[in-house]
Design a protein around this ligand. Structure first.
Ligand SMILES: Nc1ncnc2c1ncn2[C@@H]1O[C@H](COP(=O)(O)OP(=O)(O)OP(=O)(O)O)[C@@H](O)[C@H]1O
Ligand SMILES: [Mg+2]
Length: 309
């Protein structure tokens, strides 16, 4: 955190820093005999960037789905600014909680600008279909929405590509576009599910700056990532999920130093680790796979993990 993007000035109208805006209590999600999330409590305060980390299959995305109305938790309650969140994702967005997806979900054959305009439908009188069909109501609301959408594209660095088809953007830019689309609903809390997956180090660094800038606009952020450098640079607080349960929560130093987290997730970096060469090979294979995925990332039909919807 070396730049002035880390300042915590609160945007006008945003809740005072430190006020709890998201309050998830005892969230449990069972799928038949499998308990994917087990009694998880998590708060996010205004002005905060909170990280959610944990091994593959730990229940992170499932937890996001419980927060955003995609799943109705088997047990527990989620409040946003004191109100229990409705069990419908568009109502959650309207309440002020927006998200991006682990598997990108853009409208591949719409332009970049149109994708952001779709994201505005909860904030305009005109609904989703009006935006898609471009009826008379849409045209009335269009000007203000276009201006805001262009402003957001400027903010994420995609303004020059406003007229490009979403499918033609490189992978990293598609992730940025998803963020712009989420911001278009004017959220108070933004949930990001692996925003840097498949990005190169420069893109990851730029995304870090973008998340700081979002926070500086008064939007709290809850972010899932496997890139630990990204998480520990960025987050005020980090919660670790392992096998559906919250193992540890604290600031970066606390989490990095916790033996249980090291054992369950981070692992000990050993210079003479006999598995290091093998791990490097796996990493290289994964990078190649991510590169291949970039080629055909389209996105409104993205077939992904079973719960990534
Ligand atoms: N709809 C579903 N039906 C059945 N099981 C599911 C469903 N969604 C998720 N699961 C299971 O719940 C567990 C948690 O999955 P989840 O995708 O939430 O993990 P994650 O922490 O996001 O992992 P990753 O880091 O790989 O994205 C996994 O065992 C997964 O197979
Ligand atoms: Mg996930």
């Amino acid at each position: 955190m070396t730049t002035d993007t880390t300042t915590k000035d609160t945007a006008p109208g945003a809740p005072a820093p430190g006020t709890t805006i998201l309050d998830a209590r005892g969230v449990t999600m069972r799928f038949g005999g499998l308990t994917a999330v087990n009694g998880v409590d998590l708060t996010v305060n205004s002005g905060e960037i909170v990280g959610l980390i944990g091994p593959n299959g730990a229940g992170k995305t499932t937890f996001f789905n419980c927060l955003t109305g995609l799943y109705i938790p088997t047990e527990g309650e989620v409040r946003y600014k004191g109100q229990v969140l409705p069990a419908k994702s568009f109502k959650v967005t309207a309440a002020g909680v927006a998200r991006t997806f682990q598997n990108i979900r853009l409208f591949a054959n719409m332009t970049v600008l149109e994708n952001v305009l779709v994201g505005r439908h909860t904030r305009t009188k005109e609904g989703f279909w009006s935006a898609v069909l471009r009826g008379p109501g849409f045209h009335r609301a269009e000007k203000a929405s276009r201006e805001r959408a262009l402003e957001l594209l400027e903010f994420v660095g995609l303004a020059p590509k406003a007229d490009h088809l979403a499918r033609n953007l490189p992978y990293g830019e598609q992730r940025k576009l998803e963020i712009a689309r989420a911001l278009a609903s004017e959220p108070g809390l933004l949930l990001l599910d692996e925003p840097t997956a498949g990005m190169n180090p420069q893109e990851t660094r730029a995304t870090e700056e973008l998340v700081f800038a979002i926070r500086d606009q008064g939007i709290a952020v809850l972010v899932i990532e496997h890139d630990m450098r990204f998480i520990f640079n960025l987050c005020d607080r980090v919660a670790v999920l392992v096998q559906g349960e919250k193992l540890v929560e604290g600031d970066s130093a606390t989490v990095q130093g916790d033996e249980r987290v090291v054992a369950a997730y981070l692992g000990e970096p050993l210079a003479d680790d006999p598995g290091a060469a093998e791990a490097a090979e796996v990493e290289a294979a994964e990078a190649a796979q991510a590169e291949a995925a970039r080629a055909d990332t389209t996105t409104d039909t993205a077939a992904g993990k079973e719960n990534d919807r």
